[in-house]
Ligand binder design. Structure first.
Ligand SMILES: C[S@@+](CC[C@H](N)C(=O)[O-])C[C@H]1O[C@@H](n2cnc3c(N)ncnc32)[C@H](O)[C@@H]1O
Length: 279
């Protein structure tokens, strides 16, 4: 679907995010895969971070699972496909009918994982309905959308007012909200959406993961790039005082540049909602 997102410049970010979120993917692959898992899917996979984690986990444990990564944009997973030829990547979208999704997967799935992608579907409940039908009976759908926070800044930065990152998150949310439109206003949460799509045994895992302090190298680059993208993106939703502070924090020529600091961290929390196909 065309939801007005310009994905092309984001593919490098998606690859960096997949690397920084490697611990999260490894934790969840460990929780969700079992010796009986035959087909596990990372849907809306981007650069395929979870597909790779599931492949590594099943190989380490000697599970026979076939791992599939699906995305509407093949260019998002092209590099990973070259590096991990044993993961089956294919083009598919949330708007495809269930039989086309099953054929892209290569059979009914034991596990379908969706992270940070479902909110791009034209209709989230309809998309979950299709994904349910692409599961085998007893298969699990795992959704990690929204409700996720990332903390990077110490409480006292010595510049600006406390709560800078929270206010940036609010501005980004307001921008996403304006871009996606009111059809994506749920107001009742993913467990209800999953139940409405006909799944059962609904439960939620909360996961805390992160990168040790001090951040350096690629981890620091990723955090700075993420802030830069968010500030650019949500500029018009930010208070002018906060915007001035962010411009200093993100300017490598300013002594307040975040890249000089040793007290930044990368500590995300994520909620993963699970439901099962029972019939
Ligand atoms: C923010 S990225 C998340 C990537 C990955 N799941 C992760 O956790 O890093 C969202 C992904 O959803 C994909 N996407 C957007 N709309 C889609 C649709 N209608 N059907 C399938 N994938 C879609 C995009 O191409 C992009 O790769």
């Amino acid at each position: 679907m065309d939801d007005a997102f310009d994905w092309a410049p984001r593919d490098t970010d998606l690859a960096a995010a997949a690397q920084d979120d490697g611990d999260f993917f490894a934790i969840m692959a460990g929780k969700l895969l079992a010796p009986t898992t035959r087909i596990a899917v990372d849907f809306g996979c981007g650069s395929g971070g979870m597909a790779v984690a599931m492949k590594q986990h099943s190989d380490d444990r000697g599970y026979p699972a076939r791992i599939v990564g699906l995305d509407t944009r093949p260019q998002a997973y092209a590099d990973t496909q070259r590096t991990y030829p044993d993961v089956s990547f294919a083009q598919s979208s949330f708007e495809d009918p269930p039989d086309r999704i099953v054929s892209a997967i290569g059979g009914a799935a034991d596990l379908i994982w969706v992270r940070g992608a479902l909110h791009h579907a034209a209709d989230e409940v309809e998309a979950l309905n299709c994904l349910r039908q692409a599961l085998r009976t007893g298969g699990t759908l795992a959704i990690a959308e929204g409700g996720t926070t990332v903390a990077n800044l110490p409480e006292d930065l010595n510049i600006g007012d406390p709560g800078l990152q929270e206010r940036l998150d609010e501005a980004v949310f307001a921008r996403i909200h304006a871009q996606l439109g009111a059809t994506h206003d749920q107001g009742y949460g993913w467990p209800v959406v999953i139940a409405t799509a006909g799944l059962h045994y609904i439960r939620t895992h909360h996961v805390l993961f992160g990168t040790p302090q001090p951040l350096g190298g690629a981890d620091m680059d990723y955090v700075l790039a993420r802030f830069g993208r968010y500030v650019d993106w949500a500029r018009t939703n930010l208070d002018s005082g906060d915007l001035r502070v962010w411009e200093r924090l993100l300017d490598p020529d300013d002594h307040e540049w975040l890249g000089h600091r040793h007290d930044l961290y990368y500590v995300p929390t994520a909620s993963v909602h699970l439901g099962e196909r029972t019939a």
